[in-house]
Ligand binder design. Sequence first.
Ligand SMILES: C[S@@+](CC[C@H](N)C(=O)[O-])C[C@H]1O[C@@H](n2cnc3c(N)ncnc32)[C@H](O)[C@@H]1O
Length: 222
Amino acid sequence: MSSASVNPCSLRESLRYLNWVYNPFQSLDVAQVYDLLSTRGPTERGLWLNLGYWREAGTLDDACVAMADLLAERVSITGADRVLDVGFGFADQDIRWVQTRAPRAIVGLNITASQVTGARARVANLRLNDRIDLREGSATVMPLPDVTFDVVTALKCAFRFRTCERFLAEAFRVLSPGGRLVVADILPMPTASGWGAYLQQRVSWAMVAGKFPIQKENIYTR
Ligand SMILES: C[S@@+](CC[C@H](N)C(=O)[O-])C[C@H]1O[C@@H](n2cnc3c(N)ncnc32)[C@H](O)[C@@H]1O
């Protein structure tokens, strides 16, 4: 590629991305990480940002859909439910749930402004604005009234919240009596036996927890 054809904007973005990945002294807050990852998600269909559920899936796209379906099934989303989805990414799971479960309404809450804008455009393209209401805001200080929802969902995001416990208190506040909560989260595996496996586990956890970043308070055992 000749130097004249390099897009300075994407070059700058690529350098920022490499700096974030490889520079051990570089750490970004949650919204900065997601602004950086932007819409370059690892999936081919949709813009999913989770690691998926792999029991039957053969691709990451299928695994992400399976994960969204598993959450909906575990929390039994029905046509009667008002759902709050926190940390919605680009709203792939909300679009899926509207199409497969037809809840009464979905409100999404996400701290990353660029994702809110992108997700709203996707929802508008599908003419689902009257079913999915996407808002910018934090899962730990929800700009929402008490006793408003039947279901709260958090798909691969609660480990990022400052803190997960504050999110749980907020979820309890906005849920109606008898409301349901479902969370798919990243947790450390039980300690591996053998020095090699133990070391590999500690190093990989430290890298993930340092980059994304995961608060110490959010580390729960299974
Ligand atoms: C790993 S992504 C998961 C996105 C989506 N649920 C999915 O599975 O594709 C984590 C999401 O949580 C959001 N997030 C992180 N901290 C948040 C907070 N305190 N309140 C609301 N959203 C938050 C990020 O902006 C991002 O959209």
